[in-house]
Design a protein around this ligand. Structure first.
Ligand code: GLY
Length: 576
């Protein structure tokens, strides 16, 4: 079996090399500053890494469907985008099948190990200790990615490719090495102090003197190649049972966690019913809990639907004000109600109801910002760097995948399980350690999102699709921590209200207000007059470095238009 796998690796490596040499002929672009999307007739992939995109396009060209391509892209990103692509994390995959039309949501979010008490992240006096939920083995959830990808392929793949065939390009890249690109070099430079704490991690990503690999240097991940080969040979049991599972459990526990082999063996991805809503006549399909993203997106769009945004204009102070005021109650509701649907009851129908949105809309003044305390009280901490990654795929028959997955922080907890090359997540920081204690994104929560054994922490990941009269129009999503929800909402508003193409929508300046911290966050570039007017309306404005990395594909007439977020240097939308 392993010998067969080696042959496939070599075959696909040739195929990949052939694909790379075809660059001049593929429709591709990551330089969309001019607002020009990439155009393709048949299929397209938009991801945060160009090698991964090309691997996905190659699968599509060879007759694979969007799910086959998604599995290959996700394995590839685990090698080429180690700060967010992963085997040791989890995420959500939204699938649209064109014939017969059907939408599916796969939840492969990490779970807390069974031995996770509610007070796991508190000290003896009951105070939250962020270090425990971000930097120790206690932060690590049982990974879901490998099970999720295998499940998606088994149930929704075309049947033309095996897991081994789709993992083969990733194995080749891990074994032969990749050249560190600009984005990876920047991520490594930022994360180096966290990575340096773990010798098993430092020996892969840092030089002997402790400095991170730089742009242009070779990143070899031979242990990761071997782990991928074990998964290729044995499927998910190559990861959840046997030597890899033992090494992950040992690494987590040596770092202060409480994970068992039973936690690994019992992990199951879950198929859930997507959340649906409408916005100005378009049908929105997105991710249900344990991501808050879908519910929050629909609630936000429902509130905004009652305002004449197109008339007010994109990025006008009036539009930004209404967007910010609509965002505040959505994040307050998120904090109060949302958690793992298998453990808590949530008023999802109520939160996504148009009449409820109308009541929230009625409380918004067109001229005056409300302080967060007028909505609910809290005292959050500042942000840490969010790292997650999203990719969007469409194929020639109209199937589509919108997939967001993550290790939580950049490189997760920073720990590679010795001998596996697999970086482990720190996803359990997405639990509310206790009511009023913010997570790393400043998000609050209560009992609904309290830690518990076997529970999935609440997420903000928002893979989304838009349909018109049942026909797929847009596939999108983004990383960005708590800002994911508002990034996706703004892509939709830009395309629907302001008639932008996906490249323009991705390039547009973003704003974010999550109720707490009580501030309107803006990217650089808004005119001074706009900022002055927003300040006069009562907003406290805080400018941040640009955020997110949206990856979007839109149907336009008889072709697809795609764009990879211009905020990153090494993403790529490409098709054929
Ligand atoms: N770890 C970020 C999220 O899932 O929202």
């Amino acid at each position: 079996m392993r010998k067969d796998c080696a042959k496939i690796v070599i075959a696909l490596l040739f195929s990949l090399t052939a694909t790379l040499s075809l660059n001049a002929k593929e429709s591709s672009s990551s330089a969309i500053a001019a607002g020009q999307p990439v155009i393709a007739a048949h299929g397209m992939v938009a991801s945060q890494d160009r090698l991964a995109t090309r691997i996905g396009v190659d699968v599509l060209r060879r007759g694979g469907n969007a799910v086959d391509a998604a599995v290959a892209v996700a394995f590839a990103l685990a090698v080429t985008l180690p700060e967010a692509g992963n085997l040791g994390g989890g995420g959500f995959m939204l699938i649209h099948l064109a014939h017969p039309a059907r939408n599916v949501a796969i939840d492969y979010r990490e779970r807390a190990p069974a031995d996770t008490p509610r007070n796991v992240f508190l000290d003896k006096d009951g105070n939250a200790v962020p270090h425990k939920s971000r930097d120790t083995g206690l932060a690590v959830g049982v990974p879901g990615t490998v099970a999720g990808l295998a499940y998606a392929l088994q149930h929704y793949g075309s049947g033309k490719f095996t897991l081994a065939e789709l993992a083969a390009p990733a194995i080749a890249l891990a074994r032969q090495g990749i050249i560190v690109d600009q984005d990876l070099a920047a991520s490594l430079a930022h994360a180096a102090p966290r990575l340096a704490r773990w010798p098993s991690t430092a020996k892969i990503f840092l030089h002997k003197n402790g400095t991170p690999l730089r742009q242009g240097e070779l990143l070899l991940q031979k242990d990761l190649a071997a782990s991928l080969e074990a998964i290729a040979a044995d499927g998910p049991s190559g990861f959840y049972k046997g030597p890899i599972a033992k090494k992950i459990v040992a690494a987590v526990n040596a770092a202060g966690g409480h994970m068992t082999l039973a936690d690994m063996e019992s992990y199951k991805p879950l198929e859930r019913k997507p959340i649906k809503g409408t916005y100005r006549g378009y049908e929105i399909v997105t991710m249900p809990p344990p991501s808050s993203g879908g519910v929050a997106l629909i609630e936000l769009l429902n509130i905004l639907e009652g305002f004449p945004l197109a008339k007010l204009g994109a990025s006008s102070p009036e539009t930004i004000h209404l967007m910010a005021e609509a965002m505040k109650p959505v994040y307050a509701d998120r904090a109060r109600y949302m958690g793992d649907p298998d453990r808590v009851k949530m008023p999802i129908r109520g939160l996504t109801d148009k009449a409820y949105a109308a009541r929230l809309r009625a409380a918004i003044s067109p001229a005056k910002a409300r302080p967060a305390t007028a909505i609910m009280a809290g005292n959050p901490l500042p942000y840490e760097s969010p790292q997650t990654t999203h990719f969007s795929i469409v194929d020639a028959v109209g199937d589509a995948v919108s997939n967001t997955y993550t290790l939580n922080f950049s490189f997760g907890v920073g720990l590679v399980a010795e001998g596996t090359g697999i970086l482990l997540n720190n996803e359990l920081d997405d639990f509310a350690a206790k009511p009023g204690a913010p997570n790393a994104y400043g998000l609050l929560g209560g009992a609904a999102n309290a830690p518990a054994g076997g529970k999935r922490p609440l997420s903000s990941m928002t893979p989304a699709m838009v349909f018109q009269n049942g026909a797929l129009r847009l596939v999108t999503g983004s990383p960005g921590g708590s800002r994911i929800i508002t990034i996706v909402a703004q892509i939709l508003l830009d395309c629907i209200d302001f008639h932008m193409n996906v490249a323009q929508a991705e390039a547009a300046i973003r704003i974010h207000d999550q109720w707490l911290p009580d501030e309107l966050q803006v990217e650089p570039g808004l005119p001074a007059a706009t900022l002055q007017k927003l300040t006069a309306m009562g907003h406290t404005i805080h400018q941040f470095a640009p955020w997110g990395s949206a990856q979007s594909i839109m149907r336009n007439g008889n072709h697809w238009e795609g764009a990879s977020d211009p905020r990153q240097h090494d993403g790529l939308a490409a098709g054929y």
